[in-house]
Design a protein around this ligand. Structure first.
Ligand SMILES: *Cc1c(COP(=O)(O)O)cnc(C)c1O
Length: 372
């Protein structure tokens, strides 16, 4: 699925030098490495402010904390994402309220949102799944009409652009990024960031990430320790300039898969290519293909077949939130979100990392064709 050795090989010397520099100056938490990373990240993402935090999960958690979300509140989100999206809502004592996904993009479908909004809805939390922006224009309109803030889970979508050129993580009140090592921009461990255009929210997030203290040992509000490590910031500073090239390489790989899958007539066999909505030209709906995800008939058997052929593949995600054991108390039943449930049965991610070669892709699609 991923070759992190190949990915880091060109940077190994620079990474080791940067880590050694941090060891030598000894400022391991926040400090100049983090500040310079925050400035470069804000610039790269088109955000006014970027605040480095411990992980993508904590970026989501601290964003909801900055909006004051707590017990009795509801947050509308997708049932089909990585666990953290809904987990953070429940951890604050608020209730995740789900709305079904668009079957084409697997993103939260704005058409399903209005029906689940209540007077207790305190945020809408769309996810830009697989690296493609959710349909933000109608979603933002619904939210604006009711003055409900939007938090974007852009953990899979750094560098993606919506159909009107707006950037992932900058369209809502707050945007959340993850630098988990398998993400498009990966640290050498856990790291994340919050993006915002709002200087007031930026100040709140900065305060909350450091136990709510502006001055050490004097706490204005109850925050947490969400501070980014300087070692991670130093590594991210080295990798960030390559991000746009990696996104372009992922897009080239995606196009090659599309063509190969069509050449092998697998669409006729029921395989569905990932759909890039609003696919026009240039940077319109710039999908950064964190994952290349097909819909596959007999998905589980295909997965076994590919694994036997030593072709990496993965299911993101096999069980929607509303059917997770830990959310049983929310009271949802099987069948509540048919599109999320169908996606969970059909999706299969193929290797799409930037270093993947044309020969490797050829082998992946030949293996798919052999199965069908
Ligand atoms: C990775 C991810 C997260 C969590 O990020 P971590 O850095 O692993 O905590 C949250 N949401 C989505 C959609 C993700 O892909």
């Amino acid at each position: 699925m991923l070759d992190l050795q190949a990915h880091h090989a060109p940077f190994r010397g620079d990474l080791v030098k940067a880590l050694a520099r941090v060891v030598d100056h000894g400022q391991f938490v926040l400090g100049p490495e983090v500040e310079s990373f925050e400035a470069s990240l804000a610039e790269a993402c088109g955000a006014a402010h970027a605040i480095g935090v411990t992980s993508g999960t904590d970026a989501l958690l601290v964003s909801l904390m900055a909006l004051g979300i707590g017990p009795g509140d509801e947050v509308v989100t997708t049932p089909f994402s990585f666990f953290a999206t809904a987990g953070v809502v429940a951890r604050l004592g608020a209730k995740p309220v789900f709305a079904d996904i668009d079957p084409v993009t697997c993103n939260l479908d704005p058409a399903n949102i209005e029906a689940v909004i209540t007077p207790r809805t305190k945020a809408i939390l769309p996810v830009h799944l697989y690296g493609q922006c959710a349909d933000m224009a109608p979603l933002l309109e619904i939210a604006a009409k009711r003055s409900i803030p939007v938090v974007e889970d852009a953990c899979q979508a750094i560098g993606a652009e919506y159909r009107d050129g707006r950037r992932a993580g900058t369209m809502g009140a707050l945007g959340c990024l993850s630098f988990y090592p398998t993400k498009n921009l990966g640290a050498l461990g856990d790291a994340g960031a919050v993006l915002t255009m709002d200087s007031g929210l930026a100040a709140k997030v900065r305060l909350l990430r450091n136990h709510g203290a502006e001055r050490q040992y004097y706490h204005k509000v109850i925050g947490g320790n969400f501070r980014l490590s300087a070692l991670q910031a130093a590594a991210l500073n080295i990798k960030l300039p390559s991000l746009s090239g990696w996104s372009a390489a992922r897009r080239t790989n995606a196009q090659r898969y599309d063509a190969l899958i069509q050449e092998h007539r697998l669409v006729e066999k029921g395989v569905r290519l990932p759909y890039a909505a609003w696919k026009n030209s240039g940077r319109v709906n710039y999908h950064i293909y964190h994952q290349y995800v097909i819909r596959a008939p007999n998905r589980d058997l295909l997965r076994e077949h590919l694994t036997k052929k030593e072709v990496g593949c993965a299911v993101f995600y096999p069980l929607p939130f509303h059917l997770q054991e830990c959310f049983a108390s929310l009271g949802y039943k099987a069948g509540a979100f048919p599109e999320a449930e169908r996606a969970a049965r059909e999706v299969l991610a193929l290797p799409i990392y930037p270093e993947l070669t044309a020969d490797q892709q050829d082998w992946v699609v030949r293996s798919l064709a052999a199965f069908y």
